[in-house]
Structure formats: C-alpha cells, structure tokens
Design a protein around this ligand. Structure first.
Ligand code: 56B
Length: 346
C-alpha cells in the first residue's frame, strides 16, 4: 500500500515538481518564474551530473559537510547578546561588491585583510570588542553615521552605507517595540519553529521583506530572513536558541554567489544578451525580469539538485546545498562574474 500523495505534492509530471510542503510559498512562487522565464534556463542533465558527483564525493568521505560555525570573525558569547548581534549581522548582510573597475571595500582585522561577507562579520565583531554594544537594541535605534563609518572603517567604503545605517536603527526600533529589546523573545514567540521565525521577520522587520513581482505574480525569496535563522542555528550549533523545528523547510538563500557557481557548473544557462551584461559587470536592475529569473532559477536548480541527490539515496537539505555552493563561491576568481544588482536584499 503506497502512501497517498499529500495534497500539496504535485501530481502532474512537470520538471519542477513540488515535493515539499513549501510553507514559505517560495518554491511555488518562483516556479512560475522558472516556467515563464526567457532569459535564464536550468539544465537538468547538468543537475543530474552534479548530483552524481556530489553523492560520489560524499560516499568517499570527501563531503564538504557543514563546517563548524566560524568564531574567528563572528561574535559568539552563547547568550541572548549573540542572537541580537546575528540579527544585526544579517540585517546588513548584502551587496559587498564595488563599482565596475573599483577596488572592493576591505577591512584589516587580526592582521588580515578581509572583504565581502567576512569583512562585514569581522567589522561587527571588532566593534563589540572595542566596546560598542551592537547587541543593545536601545543603542542601535540612535546609531550615528560616524559610529557606523568607524565600525566599517577600512579601505574604500562599504556600499549602500546609508541603507545599512537605516537597517541597524530599524532593528533596534522593532526589537524595542515588539520584543522588549531581545530577538530571543521573537524566537520564543515563533515557538522555536524556523518557518514561523522567517515569517515573523518578514512581518515585523521591513528591511527583510525580500519579495518581488514578475509579470503580475508575487515572487517570494526572503533570503536574509532565512539566513538569519540558519545563522542563529549555526552559531548555537543547533542547541538552545539555535534549536529550530522545520529548518528543512527553508530554501537556499538567493544571493549573488550561488548563481555564479551554478553557471560555472553549466546548471544555469543565460540568454546571450544577459550573459554579455553579466560578463561585462554591467548593472542589472533590482526587480527586473532578468534579476528575478536569475534568483528564481537558482532556488529551483538547488531544489532539483536536492531531489536528484535524494533519488540517488542521499538526503540533504537546501541549507546543506547552499553552504556547499557558497563555499565553492569563495574561490570564484576563475569563474565568470556574478551578476551585479545593487540591492539591500542580498
Ligand atoms: N547563499 C548564501 N549567501 C551567503 C552566505 C553568506 C555567509 N554565511 C555563512 C558563512 C559562515 C556561516 O557558516 C554562514 O552560514 C553570505 N552570503 C551572501 O554572499 C554574498 C557575499 O559573498 P562575498 O561577496 O563573496 O563575501 C552576499 O550576498 C551575502 O549576503 C551563505 O551562507 N549562503
């Protein structure tokens, strides 16, 4: 007696078959874009090949595995202060690349020159070590531009500086108004459920509302809301404040590095004009059809990769696939450029 097909599972045999409940409505809404899109395609053969390769690597113990949470560049004291610090980290976790032919923003920390995400994390850790209480909601509400400039001091300027100041103040304000200054209260209100916490972030923290529209359809990505939950889980090693239910219901986090890696594996293919724009590091407008298609196809390419690995007997979550691809993207100098969309969402 085979199990009855749950009502949310697709019956028709389309390539983008829904095999999870998709409580965040991300897979369903992005599937429309994948089906209608004319600028970005998913190559199913390449997905099967990558799935086979990863399953073989894993069986030979080469598994990239989810590395331990980094504590060299992340503030981590195991208390509610760390939870607030991580919320701030991910409220500012976007868009680290420089204008065309300009040097990236970097900082020096512990005699190392860091850029991108690692520079952001280390800058926020350095600030706490220098006595700036970034875990204090009250303090964040009136964070000055001078203080923020000092926090992110380094070579060149961190992009979208003004927006980052506004996001930090918004985090403080919303924490005070709704959660008595502690994001741990939000975790408890979400009953320690990953999906509920992502939806709470979307509802209460405007800068996290990463939702687009595409030919009249609403398209949900919620990248920073989802990575906030994943980072709290990572920092607390899945225990205590990091012990969430339904974490396997999260999708990958649609940033600018995953599409770059998926294109390098020929899993994503770009229409000629779009490929030229990206290879020339020209800007792609936020909310444009091209940008939404890149992000939607990234999400579905990873979902199809997950399904393909499962058919090969290897159960992984979207977060496992995300981490593996993102780490590959940290060594992406040889790859074709990632797409340039100036946005606060990723
Ligand atoms: N999809 C996905 N995107 C992620 C991350 C991370 C870092 N998180 C992990 C790191 C340690 C912990 O284990 C965290 O889990 C940053 N980003 C995004 O990448 C971009 C920055 O790239 P680059 O310019 O090269 O620094 C930017 O959009 C940023 O938002 C992730 O994990 N997945």
């Amino acid at each position: 007696m085979t199990e009855p097909t749950p009502d949310w599972q697709d019956k028709e045999d389309g390539s983008c078959r829904l095999q999870t409940a998709d409580p965040l409505g991300i897979l369903k809404s992005t599937r429309t874009v994948v089906e209608l899109g004319e600028n970005v395609w998913i190559n199913q053969d390449q997905i099967e090949q990558l799935a086979k390769r990863w399953v073989q690597e894993d069986s030979q113990g080469v598994e990239a595995g989810t590395p331990l949470w980094d504590e060299q560049y992340h503030f981590s004291d195991g208390t509610a202060r760390t939870v607030n610090w991580l919320l701030l980290l991910d409220a500012l976790n976007f868009c680290f690349w420089a204008e065309k032919d300009q040097p990236r923003w970097t900082i020096t920390y512990q005699n190392q020159t860091l850029n991108g995400y690692w520079a952001e994390a280390a800058a926020l850790k350095r600030a706490v070590e220098e006595g700036i209480p970034l875990w204090d909601a009250e303090y964040l509400t009136t964070l000055s531009e001078d203080t923020m400039a000092s926090i992110f001091r380094g070579s060149a300027t961190i992009p979208l500086f003004e927006q980052r100041v506004q996001h930090a103040r918004e985090v403080g304000r919303v924490l005070l108004e709704h959660y008595n200054g502690q994001f741990t209260n939000a975790i408890e209100q979400a009953e320690r459920n990953a999906v509920k916490l992502v939806l709470l972030l979307e509802r209460d923290f405007p800068s996290f509302r990463d939702v687009s529209s595409y030919r009249g359809h609403t398209v949900r990505f919620l990248k920073r809301a989802q990575i906030t939950v994943a980072d709290i889980s990572g920092s607390f090693h899945g225990q205590g404040w990091g012990n969430f239910s339904e974490q396997d219901q999260l999708t990958i986090f649609a940033d600018y590095k995953l599409p770059q890696v998926l294109r390098d594996y020929n899993v994503l293919e770009y229409q000629a004009q779009l490929a030229k724009t990206i290879d020339n590091k020209e800007l792609i407008l936020p909310g444009s059809e091209e940008e939404v298609e890149i992000r939607a196809c990234t999400i579905w390419a990873c979902e199809l990769l997950r399904q393909s690995m499962q058919r090969l007997g290897r159960r992984v979550t979207a977060a496992d696939i995300d981490m593996r691809l993102w780490l590959l993207g940290q060594r992406s100098d040889e790859m074709k450029p990632y797409h340039r969309t100036r946005t606060i969402y990723y």
